[in-house]
Design a protein around this ligand. Structure first.
Ligand code: CA
Length: 445
């Protein structure tokens, strides 16, 4: 399996001449995530969307750097592919050119880089202040699959339906998923409109149509896919890494009342498809290389996965230790300048399946994936209430209200509430990196 190697771009001693990058919680020199942004039109003549990389509180403009002749060889090919309004062409190239681009950008932005002087001379042309740029969904997503690999979330949800067998007979054999809606993906910062739909509470005799009364967020990691497979040709788990570009967030907003009424027997539909929010930055597999860990051992008694889902190398290094946090910022907190209230903290080690297992499973029937496809991991909850990554879990489906730091309480989301996700990967001997934020504010329907 082509797992990314540790190289000079992970050296913790290297620093950037972009001062804000050094010690930055999310975007130090060692991260360099990809995204699509528009510079502000008032000082850049061509404000069209193009690919960039986050560095501290700046965005490195790949197109401008390419035009200035800062790239060579494979990195120039990757830079050209990343110069348009979506990253699909870059994703289609696979790891080789992407890694070459990462290494050249690292060299350009490192204080002691061989070509750093050239880049510094061009700083005003190739760097933008991130806070005045507009971010976009980083790829044109044709297919969005949402898995259900957070075993504690699956257990919490299943317990309400069947207390004696919350996971059901298939969970430990099948990486369960459903096809979600790609057309309604939006990027962090865009508001989410409270959906209306058909819902029926258990105590009601008949359904009615109206605004969702149980609006929820779901804390999930996004998996961005690269080169696809030919239809009919499954991707073996040993080759899955060649098809994965990187990770980010997806907030799989959920209208629980609509979902609960519509889901039997075919699963989520309108309770999910009104919108999903992704974070703008794709943290690459290369940046995440130091944070790979063994997949936690399956609890005793759990079945061994079928052979197409089992790979020793994947079990040894196919998981990630990424700390996740979900917050709510209410209208009241915003008005009084308070910080968001942390609702939960969990870890990607709470996933029952690795991302390579998800790729192998998605394609095992011959289904083809395409560059820019998106997977959600499923809600990542920890084993205890401090780690529960959705309000349906924290409120026991609305039965229990949760106190907030502002003195307010919540069962489900109210209009004006903003869900905020953050993630960080840390390991001794390496520079910590983060995903940046994934934010979305609920507005009245
Ligand atoms: Ca979900």
């Amino acid at each position: 399996m082509a797992i990314s190697a540790i190289d000079e771009t992970h050296d913790p001693k290297r620093q950037s001449w972009v001062g804000s990058a050094n010690g930055h919680a999310d975007f130090p020199l060692q991260n360099l995530p990809f995204g699509v942004f528009s510079p502000p039109g008032n000082y850049v003549p061509d404000a069209k969307a193009r690919g960039g990389m986050a560095i501290g509180d700046k965005i490195f403009d790949i197109k401008a750097a390419l035009a200035a002749g800062l790239f060579s060889d494979e990195a120039a090919i990757a830079a050209r592919a990343a110069s348009g309004g979506s990253l699909n062409p870059l994703m289609a190239l696979g790891a080789g050119p992407r890694v070459a681009l990462r290494r050249q950008v690292f060299d350009l932005l490192a204080t002691d880089g061989k070509n750093a002087a050239k880049a510094r001379d061009l700083a005003t042309a190739i760097l933008h202040d991130a806070d005045v740029c507009a971010m976009h969904v980083p790829a044109k997503v044709m297919s969005f699959t949402d898995f259900f690999a957070g075993i504690h979330h699956a257990t919490n949800g299943g317990r309400r339906r069947n207390p004696n067998d919350p996971l059901g007979p298939n969970y430990k054999y099948v990486p369960v998923a459903y096809h979600s809606r790609a057309s309604s993906l939006q990027v962090s910062g865009q508001p989410i409109r409270r959906p209306s739909g058909q819902r029926k509470l258990p105590e009601e005799n008949a359904p009615s149509y109206g605004p969702c009364r149980k609006l929820d967020y779901e804390l999930e990691v996004a998996i961005w896919l690269g080169p696809g497979n030919r239809q009919g040709e499954p991707i073996p788990i040993s080759e899955a890494a060649d098809h994965i570009v990187g990770l980010g967030f997806v907030n799989d907003w959920s209208a629980r009342d609509i979902q609960q009424w519509e889901s039997a027997p075919l699963g989520p539909f309108l309770g999910k498809s009104f919108g999903s929010t992704v974070s703008p930055w794709i943290v690459t597999m290369e940046a995440l290389a130091p944070f790979r860990v063994a997949q936690p051992a399956r609890p005793g008694g759990d079945p061994r996965p079928l052979p197409y889902l089992w790979d020793e190398a994947d079990q040894k290094a196919g998981a990630f230790a990424i700390e996740l946090e979900a917050f709510i910022l209410t209208e009241k907190m915003r008005a009084s300048g308070q910080a968001p209230h942390r609702m939960s903290h969990s870890n990607t080690l709470d996933l029952y399946w690795t991302i390579a297992q998800m790729v192998a499973h998605q394609t095992c029937n011959g289904c083809n994936i395409e560059p820019g496809d998106l997977f959600g991991t499923g809600t990542i909850s920890g084993p205890t209430p401090e780690g529960w990554g959705s309000l349906s879990e924290l409120s026991r489906d609305g039965q229990q209200s949760n106190p907030l730091s502002s003195g307010e309480t919540r069962t489900f989301l109210e209009d004006g509430d903003e869900a905020v996700f953050r993630a960080h990967a840390r390991r001794d001997g390496y520079v910590s990196i983060g995903f940046g934020e994934c934010r979305g504010r609920v507005v009245a329907g």
